[in-house]
Structures are given as structure tokens and as C-alpha cells.
Design a protein around this ligand. Structure first.
Ligand SMILES: C[S@@+](CC[C@H](N)C(=O)[O-])C[C@H]1O[C@@H](n2cnc3c(N)ncnc32)[C@H](O)[C@@H]1O
Length: 328
């Protein structure tokens, strides 16, 4: 399954498959780094206790996966795609109808859908809100009500945008049909404790010590619980967290995680709607195995290419760039 029309390009022109839902902390830009340092048994189960948008599993495409989150609406949405309650066509019809109501009713219509969603929890209403709310944030109040304000874009659901979302729904739907994935709404501790030694656990919890509202709060107690679960797991794990930014460091890196190998990578973290509010952040990838870069260096690829050309009996012309590399 290669990336399709609903997908995006991240650094180095690498194409990344994009899921239909967005959330704060979405790992679209880190997918290449995550996949580069995975070391998993393809026969084992891919376990993701903090599924969020699902962008990581959608790019890894494991044969068997357990995908969990405590946010019932994210899980319900992907279950609805999996069992066919939502497909590309139904998404298109729904977004065309609600999008044209948004174009005329604006803010009033957005809040009508939000109220409806908070009463009935319909997955397509969730998609509508997710794609038209302020900044694509997923945030609920203590009563479990979605409380993100209107994004002030009445023309949000233009035909090209609807087509993009429809493609993303179809991409996710194809993956759930071809592969053996289960979606469960449960706390991470239960998800991790069921992991066997051949499984691989990829954890991306809310960033500790930073203000991010998801469905349940994430604090020091949760981070300690996660440490306990991961320390005791028989499976391999990879944990994504934040390392530091210009102003401060994540103290839990030293206090909890320093016994494990830690890799870091810089990326830009959105803290608001404006470009100027994008702050550089050092991300950390923590593993309970020695991570090695599984992607071949470009020079190795050139060597490989030369080798294949040689095997095919091809002798490059003297002015070919390959000629200077000794292939004559
Ligand atoms: C950083 S987001 C995951 C982002 C995801 N990797 C992506 O790229 O879209 C963290 C997720 O953890 C979930 N979460 C928070 N507390 C949890 C808990 N105790 N158990 C399981 N999931 C939890 C939140 O609902 C949220 O979806």
C-alpha cells in the first residue's frame, strides 16, 4: 500500500500516509525517524497503547496490531471505519451536506454540530469538528464534552478538501480490511501488560510537564505508571517523548528514563495558530534495545545500484557519473 492522494510529504521528500483525524502531538513529521529505529519481529503484534490519530500504525502497516487509547471517540471512529459504518462515499455525502451548512451558518452551525456530538457521539460529527475546529485540536472538558472553539473558516469544506479527507478515510479503511487490527478503548497499563516477548510496543503518551489536554490528564503519576509498565514488559518498546526546548528540559528523562538508550531529533512544535509560534523542540526516542539506523545510507544505495547494473551487464558511458566510481 503506497501513499495516496490524501497523504503528505515530510522532510527529505519522504511521503507519509496521513490519517483522517488530527490531534495535538501527531507524529506525522517523526514517522521517518520512528520507522528508521524500529527493531521488531514481523511475526509479533504491533501494540500502540496511545493511538491518537493513528498516523504511526498507518505508516508501519503491521500485519497484526492492537491499537488502544482512552479517548473513546478516536477509537469509536476507527472502529466505525473498520466495520464499514463509515466509508469514503458516506464521508463525502456527510461533509458536502454539513460543509455547505457551515458555509452559510458559520459559527452557529459549528456549535450546533458540537452540541449534537456531545449528546450522541456520532463519529462523522467528530470528524467534522476535528477538521473545522480551532487548530485541529482534540480537547474534552471534565464532563467528557468536546470543547474546542470554532476555527473561523466557513469555507473549510471546499471540494478539494473534502476529496482529501475522503482519500484519507479510504486509505485507513483499506488498511483495516487488509490487516488484522483491533481497536480498543482502555488504559495503557492494560494494553502493555498483555504484550508478549515477540511483540513491539510503540508508546506516544501526552508530553509530561506540558499543557496538553486530551481526554484524561497526564502528570507525574501517569509517567511513573508508564515507567513501571515499560520496565516490566517482555516485549521490545519504543517511547516517544520530549527531551528539551530552548527554555527547559524534561526532567523525567534523567529521573526515570536514563537507564535506556535515548536518541534525539529536532522538530517544530506548534503552540498556536501562527507560524511565529512554532518552537523548535528536541524529541526523544527511548528504547529497551540498542537502536540502529535500519535505513541504508544514500552512498550504499548508489553502490547497490552499481552492483545491479553490473549484474545486468551494463557498462556506463565514460561521461556517466557512475563511470568515475569504478564501474567499467
Ligand atoms: C501524543 S497523543 C498520541 C499521538 C499519536 N501517536 C499520533 O501521532 O497521532 C497521546 C494519546 O494518549 C491518549 N491517552 C492519554 N492518557 C491515556 C491513558 N491513560 N491510556 C491510554 N491512552 C491515553 C490520548 O487520548 C491521546 O490520544
Amino acid at each position: 500500500m503506497s501513499p495516496g492522494p490524501g497523504d503528505g510529504v515530510v522532510g527529505d521528500d519522504l511521503r507519509v500516509r496521513v490519517p483522517p483525524l488530527k490531534c495535538q502531538g501527531i507524529k506525522t513529521k517523526l514517522v521517518p525517524a520512528i520507522s528508521r529505529y524500529l527493531d521488531r519481529d514481523p511475526e509479533g503484534v504491533w501494540i500502540e497503547p496511545f493511538l491518537g490519530s493513528g498516523v504511526v500504525v498507518l505508516n508501519i502497516l503491521p500485519q497484526k496490531a492492537i491499537l488502544a487509547d482512552t479517548n473513546p471517540h478516536m477509537i469509536r471512529f476507527y472502529q466505525a471505519i473498520q466495520d464499514g459504518e463509515i466509508d469514503g462515499q458516506k464521508t463525502r455525502v456527510f461533509l458536502e451536506r454539513e460543509g455547505s451548512r457551515l458555509a452559510t451558518g458559520g459559527e452557529e452551525h459549528y456549535y450546533r454540530v458540537r452540541e449534537r456530538f456531545n449528546s450522541y457521539g456520532c463519529p462523522l460529527d467528530f470528524l467534522f469538528l476535528n477538521r473545522s475546529c480551532f487548530n485541529g485540536v482534540v480537547r474534552f472538558n471534565s464532563k467528557g464534552h468536546f470543547n474546542v472553539p470554532y476555527g473561523h473558516k466557513p469555507q473549510r469544506f471546499a471540494p478539494a478538501y473534502i476529496t482529501k479527507i475522503v482519500n484519507q478515510v479510504e486509505g485507513f479503511s483499506a488498511a483495516t480490511r487488509m490487516l488484522d487490527w483491533s481497536f480498543v478503548c482502555q488504559d495503557f497499563q492494560k494494553t502493555i501488560q498483555d504484550a508478549a516477548s515477540r511483540d513491539f510496543v510503540y508508546c506516544d503518551p501526552p508530553y509530561v510537564g506540558r499543557h496538553v489536554d486530551y481526554y484524561h490528564p497526564w502528570d507525574e503519576r501517569q509517567e511513573n505508571r508508564l515507567y513501571g509498565s515499560l520496565k516490566n514488559t517482555r516485549a521490545r518498546f519504543m517511547l516517544s517523548t520530549w527531551h528539551s526546548n530552548r527554555h527547559r528540559e524534561n526532567r523525567f528523562i534523567q529521573e526515570l528514563w536514563s537507564e535506556f538508550p535515548i536518541l534525539t531529533q529536532e522538530h517544530f512544535y506548534h503552540v498556536g495558530a501562527y507560524e511565529k509560534n512554532r518552537k523548535p523542540m528536541l524529541e526523544a526516542i527511548i528504547t529497551n534495545y540498542q537502536p540502529t539506523n535500519s535505513v541504508k545510507e544514500p552512498v550504499r544505495e548508489v553502490e547497490q545500484f552499481i552492483l545491479l547494473e553490473k549484474e545486468a551487464g551494463y557498462v556506463p558511458a565514460v561521461d556517466s557519473p557512475l563511470a568515475s566510481q569504478g564501474n567499467r
